[in-house]
Design a protein. Sequence first.
Length: 217
Amino acid sequence: MSEVRTYVVLLGVPGAGKGTQAKLLEQSTGLPQVSTGDIFRYNLKNQTELGKLAKSYMDRGDLVPDDVTIRMVEDRLQQPDCARGAIMDGFPRNLVQADAFDKITAPDGGVHVVPLINLEDDETIRRITGRRSCRTCGAVYHVVFNPPKIENVCDIDGGELYQRDDDKEETVRNRLFVYYKQTSPLIGYYFAKGVLAEVDGSVPITEVQQALLALMG
Ligand code: AMP
């Protein structure tokens, strides 16, 4: 049998820093970031069938249907770069997906580490509405808390920075509502399995990263 895989499932409200932390964890652990939001955005940009299907849900801040999302993640986790596991950013997002994720990863005897990155709602809204992403590499910045060296230009590859459509305030409020209604039950789900660990998301990015790395042992 191949080595046991490690799956880190990042939980937390939109804007808690899951994407930023997943990218840093990818660099330090070599496990790939699997961001369902990024995969949907890639499909949207390339106008694939999947992108067209996902668009209306994403525009409203609602979840894309489970069957489509689960199949997409299943395919992604079969790619060779996931041979040692993955850092899950934005999946699972409800109990049906969590159950499916358990079934997908069970044959690998996967070790799950589930950090919950805590952040107050007000701070969430401030963070998301100031968030900017690179069009080419997806790096994430904040106009005040984590600005690029040159305004609107990515430090990494010089790409243009843009604001995600669903990062506008009206959509952010619905995304928070969807989080509390559908995603927050996962806190109890993973707590009961003994794999949940809370992390303070309000401290600087490097401190959150240290706390996450400490959890991974
Ligand atoms: P994110 O980048 O994680 O904030 O995701 C952006 C949007 O993509 C969400 O508001 C959903 O519309 C969709 N999405 C991302 N992950 C999932 C998921 N696991 N299940 C359903 N929809 C998702």
